[in-house]
Design a protein around this ligand. Structure first.
Ligand SMILES: NC(=O)c1ccc[n+]([C@@H]2O[C@H](COP(=O)([O-])OP(=O)(O)OC[C@H]3O[C@@H](n4cnc5c(N)ncnc54)[C@H](O)[C@@H]3O)[C@@H](O)[C@H]2O)c1
Length: 337
């Protein structure tokens, strides 16, 4: 998508704050986190990654970045956040997506919510000026009647994953009332290089991985369910921009466009040049039917708009997975979805 002529001047108006010099990224070894860390390091920020390495993306962090291998809610993390002199904290840690939370909702809440809340409290106690968290635009709104959905729509999650994300947002608001700037970034369906293509979340990465290994793509339900697919480097840019704003509240990070799973699969079949086709499976519980996010608040508050067209993003993603294809082909197993 071409950048409108007025975008950079709007960015200067709304991004009146400078980037904080010292930033903690919890979950910084993961898919989205690693792109955010690269971007912060490129901007000259001192970065501390706190990650328990339960699901790293496999890319080495830039050498200047410090790493604490521990959980974000641990006592060690609390001490490090304070001694690092963190001015801002970005929380991108999670344990899986909709399917995993659905299998064990209580376990999901125990493993994720308490850790996240502990981490937010540690950031506030250490004197952080701002906290930015990863929420989910695809999950917190539920099935919205009007698309693209804006932040004014009352959240109505229909999955344990979405409910947990909303709980994080509610807790975060209590910290905002203590004077900390807090933003909950409601991401769309993030895709791009470094995503795990062997798990059960991330249709682009999973489909690319399967097709390049000569296996059919998997389509759950009729494949006409839609998502707002947003490229990871655009998401990293929005996440860093969130550190500059003086605003507090939820912000959608998406393209505003619905794309069906079938169209994603067709695009990847074309890009990878494979003839593996697809296999149909029953629809999965807890999934919303349609999703698209109105990102006009992100434009007003952060000066941000998605810049990468779907076909460009899919092409870059397919290229990344193709470069890794020999090792993927030897590690994929029939049970992987
Ligand atoms: N990928 C998407 O499409 C998407 C969409 C909406 C929201 N989100 C959210 O964005 C965030 C990042 O997602 P991702 O796709 O990069 O996931 P990811 O699994 O690739 O990365 C998560 C990182 O957090 C780490 N981690 C897990 N639990 C931790 C803990 N308790 N303490 C410290 N580190 C921990 C993992 O090792 C991993 O490095 C998550 O909160 C996710 O729910 C992702």
């Amino acid at each position: 998508m071409a950048e409108p002529a007025h975008a950079s001047s709007l960015f200067r108006q709304v991004s009146d704050g400078r980037l904080p010099g010292r930033v903690v990224v919890v979950g910084g070894a993961g898919f989205i986190g690693s792109h955010v860390v690269d971007r912060l390091a490129g901007e000259g920020c001192a970065v501390l990654v706190i990650d328990d390495l339960s699901h790293p993306c496999g890319v080495d962090p830039v050498p200047a970045v410090a790493l604490l291998e521990d959980s974000g809610g641990s006592a060690a993390a609390r001490r490090e956040i304070a001694s690092f002199g963190a001015q801002a904290l970005i929380h991108l840690a999670a344990k899986g997506g909709v399917s995993r939370a659905l299998r064990d909702p209580a376990g999901h809440v125990a493993a994720v919510l308490a850790e996240s809340v502990g981490c937010f409290a540690a950031a506030q106690a250490a004197g952080c000026e701002s906290i930015v968290i990863a929420s989910s635009g695809g999950a917190v709104y539920g099935d919205a009647a009007v698309l693209p959905v804006s932040e004014s729509r009352r959240p109505a999650p229909r999955s344990a994953y979405g409910a947990e994300k909303l709980c994080e947002e509610v807790y975060l608001a209590t910290i905002a009332r203590l004077g900390v700037r807090t933003l909950a970034l409601r991401y769309g369906n993030v895709y791009g290089p470094r995503q795990d293509g062997t798990g059960e979340a991330g249709v682009v990465a999973i489909t690319a991985t399967r097709l390049l290994a000569g296996r059919p793509a998997l389509i759950y339900g009729d494949g006409l369910q839609t998502r707002d697919f947003v490229y990871v480097e655009d998401v990293a840019e929005a996440t860093v921009a969130a550190l500059r704003t003086r605003r507090t509240g939820p912000v959608n990070v998406g393209t505003g466009t619905e794309t069906s799973v079938r169209d994603i699969v067709a695009g990847l079949v074309e890009l990878t040049g494979t003839g593996a086709g697809f296999e149909s499976l029953p629809a999965r519980a807890g999934e919303v039917r349609r999703a698209a996010l109105d990102a006009s608040r992100a434009h007003r508050w952060l000066g941000w708009r998605a810049q990468t067209s779907l076909m460009d993003g899919l092409a870059r993603t397919a290229e990344f997975f193709a470069a890794r294809a020999p090792s993927l082909a030897s590690t994929s197993s029939p049970g992987v979805t």
